[in-house]
Design a protein around this ligand. Sequence first.
Ligand code: ACO
Length: 422
Amino acid sequence: MSTLPEGYRISPVTADDLPRFRHVLELGFGFTGDPDTVATIPFSIAYDRAVAVERPDGEYAAIHGSYEFTMPVPGGAVPCSGLTWVSTRPDERRRGLLNAMIDAHFERSLGRGEPVSALYAAEPAIYGRFGYGSAADDVRLTLPRRAALRDVPGSAALTVRLDTIDAARHDDLVHSLHAAASAHRPGAVTRSTPELRARFLADPPAWRNGAEAQRLLSVHTAEGEPRGYALFRRKEDWGPAGPQNKVTVEEVAALDAAAAHRLWGALLDLDLTGTVESPMLPVDDPLLQLLVEPRRATPRLTDNVWVRLLDLPAALEARRYSAPVDVVLDVTDARLPSNAGRWRLTTRDHDATTGWAASVSRTDDDADVALDVRELGAAYLGGRSLEAYARAGLLEERTPGAVAQTAAAFGWAVAPGCSWVF
Ligand SMILES: CC(=O)SCCNC(=O)CCNC(=O)[C@H](O)C(C)(C)COP(=O)(O)OP(=O)(O)OC[C@H]1O[C@@H](n2cnc3c(N)ncnc32)[C@H](O)[C@@H]1OP(=O)(O)O
């Protein structure tokens, strides 16, 4: 357990504390919120999930919050505490405040019955020490105008509609399609509260960086049923060779391949365009399969969500497995000793759609695989191979063949990933 400097204390946050809470966010991240913009954007953290470290003089020295998510995992879903807004004042850095806040976050999450925590890392070097593992990657593509796509039946029958985003009017279309499109992708949490939804669709001029207002492209069946949408904006660029507008796509959600094809076909064929920047895409996104010349799309790979198992048996039993396995894992967990030690994971009850369920219980039997909770969190969503960690020397195989068998069980057919940064 970490300790705070003398006189500092973990403190709850109320609506009255919001200005000083925001102030620490601005000091930590290095920006100044425009008051007119701040006034229009709802505070997206529930007050009982916002936490501060208060100094003896009553100022806040550090803050964080969390979102209540139901996170899709292989074959199911799990209550998840989405850690966010982590910030320590620059003049209070490296005094153990984040350490203390992580302890508070784990304790509070477990108290609420959330066996898993997830986050986006501002810098990837920060969170491994706390047992978070990088559980997914995303890819961003820079695409030339008119990049060709393979045909998809049904795409041409869909109609395309263009609107300027209006948070109130488009809330239902965007968020119900997003939830439906995300349901079976591990890690793809949805915007779970009205405040988070409104914040995501907010488009104040201060956030546009010289580009146009946020546009909403939606595709519909002949009967008018929406099947997908893209949020994007263009920035004008007139050079000596003519127009070279940049199209930046923030999010695409599609219920099927025809909708994805129709949306991307329209986005890649906007007039006056030079390049189209894709949003964060899962590494198996349909667009990557549909591009006729994928080499012309310049990819950038980045870590996406990080996952921390807080209640190891509950977390491992909440997901399903791709192959049968009976393995004893010897887990190290310096921060949550209740997870440390030997656990037997045994699959049971195969279901054709969701795979194998598993029971997880303590055991005194010899371990087959020894690993840290960080690697278990990384493999949890099915997108990282335990075999790869063994080859990198990050876990130990004690029974020959056990790592390959466990890796096959943990792997999943749909790559993990989340489409928005929380
Ligand atoms: C989920 C999110 O919200 S991500 C956003 C994170 N926030 C930011 O990046 C904003 C700017 N940075 C900050 O506010 C702070 O520097 C924080 C929050 C990253 C760290 O806060 P601090 O109170 O200084 O952390 P603390 O003193 O508890 O140190 C924790 C440990 O992490 C390490 N650490 C902290 N920041 C970093 C970093 N950026 N890179 C590498 N290591 C780091 C420390 O060295 C320390 O290691 P140790 O326990 O082995 O000694």
